[in-house]
Design a protein around this ligand. Structure first.
Ligand code: SF4
Length: 466
């Protein structure tokens, strides 16, 4: 059975089971719904059977995710019977031209698309009236303005916008989530402040396109802390960095495209205001493939840009994702990608073999490659990526780094697990912590420790807390 999420709740039934599938953006939608449920006095159940109703937040990005979501809905229907579906899959059309989820599971109570807290709550109210206890508490307090979080207490995702103005040919996100809609800068900063005050030590900024923040509202001037702040990436990152500095916390930027204005962020990284870490989904290097993908910032000279970034901030770590075997990709275009990997020295890289997503424009492109060839190219890419990543990790041996502790049984006396600025949670490696040098030193989850790097193992580093 899929794991049913259960944030801390201290109130009485009615009970709602909740399953959250998909990416960090879907996770923040789940957090909004769970916060609202909790604010209205609903309790959450750890099992489908123990719930009065189940909400499934789905993912519809690739075919495997669609299958997982449909299977989970089927499981929830079989075990509970009362199911509300939300998320990206809820916005998809099925073979018969109707709603895909309804075609596959006609007995679901309601279906919404992503980012639809109010619609989900309306459906919950219709099938499971909210409790009327006037003494029921509001949101459980740790994060105040920021609501309930599904991540461990010491790190949190901060979503700064919804949707996307691009139309990459392999992607159906804009058809599910719509065009870019930036959150007001004051609201974003208010949420960040509440998170830091609640104990968050690492804030992960997410969106579909972080570098485009504010384009939709023409970089409108908002207000924060009595001062004007523009709805713009640079201004947001400056303000987040200042807030983080005051709380001794980290800010990590995800989904940044290599537009020229991103260069302005690098000095802030060099100063230590935000982590010198950029998650830039390049997807490919060859201009022709990028053109067929209709990638944003594809005309930019990415190699030169990366070199310039590293000149400004030599500590910079770059994470990226790529697609191997895109329709029409020639061996020469693929070799270009391997050369790019070696030259750009991408620290952390993930790669998908191209897989057609229902509804994506790329399916109509000529030159679909056989699956075996797509997989073979992915494997060749990953071999190069590992070579680069291993060499870059080896260079850290002997250095002392700041590590955020994620796990430390018995106060870390036998060691633990943490991450350095080079490791985002869930997607990158970790720092395996050995028992501390000094017997008196302890480690605590959510606290920082200095650690001397003594080795590298696969994607991870091994270190001794000092
Ligand atoms: S930038 Fe491209 S891949 Fe990313 S969400 Fe927008 S359309 Fe999809």
């Amino acid at each position: 059975m899929s794991e049913v999420l259960s944030p801390a709740a201290s109130v009485q039934p009615p009970k709602v089971g909740f399953v959250s599938l998909g990416c960090p953006k879907a996770l923040t939608d789940s957090e909004l719904i769970l916060t609202q449920l909790s604010a209205e006095g609903y309790q959450t159940s750890k099992t489908f059977q123990g719930a009065d109703l189940v909400i499934v937040n789905t993912c519809g990005f690739i075919d495997d995710a669609v299958k997982e979501s449909l299977d989970t809905i089927g499981e929830a229907l079989a075990e509970n019977g009362k199911v509300i579906v939300t998320g990206c899959l809820g916005a998809k059309t099925g073979e018969g031209g109707g709603n895909l989820v309804r075609e596959m599971h006609p007995s679901v109570l309601a279906v919404t698309g992503p980012h639809a807290t109010q619609e989900v709550m309306d459906a919950v109210h219709a099938h499971l009236p909210k409790p009327h206890d006037p003494f029921i508490d509001l949101v459980p307090g740790a994060f105040g303005e920021a609501g309930l979080k599904l991540t461990p207490r010491h790190y949190a995702y901060l979503k700064i916008s919804e949707g996307c103005n691009h139309r990459c040919t392999f992607c159906i996100i804009p058809s599910m989530r719509g065009d870019l809609a930036s959150r007001p800068v004051g609201d974003v900063l208010k949420e960040a402040k509440a998170l830091f005050e609640g104990g968050v030590k690492e804030l992960l900024v997410i969106s579909q396109d972080t570098s485009a923040y504010g384009v939709d509202v023409k970089y409108r001037t908002g207000f924060w802390d009595g001062k004007p702040v523009k709805t713009r990436m640079l201004d947001l990152v400056q303000s987040l960095g200042a807030l983080a500095e005051a709380h001794g916390a980290w800010v990590r930027l995800h989904y940044v495209y290599p537009y020229p204005h991103v260069d302005e962020i690098l000095p802030l990284m060099a100063q230590g205001l935000v982590l010198p870490y950029l998650d830039v989904p390049f997807q490919h290097s060859h201009p022709e493939v990028l053109r067929r993908m209709k990638r944003p910032a594809s005309g930019e000279r990415n190699l030169e840009r990366i070199q310039r970034w590293r000149e400004i901030c030599p500590e910079l770590v770059i994470r990226s994702t790529f697609i191997a075997g895109f329709p029409g990709e020639t061996e020469e275009e693929f070799t270009h990608l391997l050369d790019f990997m070696r030259e750009a020295q991408i620290d952390r890289a993930g790669c998908f073999a191209y897989s057609p997503v229902k509804g994506a424009a790329a399916n109509e492109l000529p030159g679909m490659l056989p699956e075996a060839l797509r997989e073979e190219r992915r494997a060749r890419f990953m071999a190069v990526a590992e070579e680069v990543s291993t060499a870059r990790l080896q260079r850290r041996i002997g250095a002392t780094m700041q590590v955020l502790v994620d796990s430390a049984p018995a106060l870390g006396r036998k060691g633990g697990v943490g991450r350095s600025y080079a490791d985002a949670p869930e997607i990158d490696g970790v720092v395996q912590l050995l028992p501390p040098e000094k017997i008196s030193k302890t480690l605590r989850v959510g606290e920082f420790t200095r650690a001397r790097i003594v080795g590298a193992q696969g994607h991870d580093l091994v270190a001794v807390p000092v």
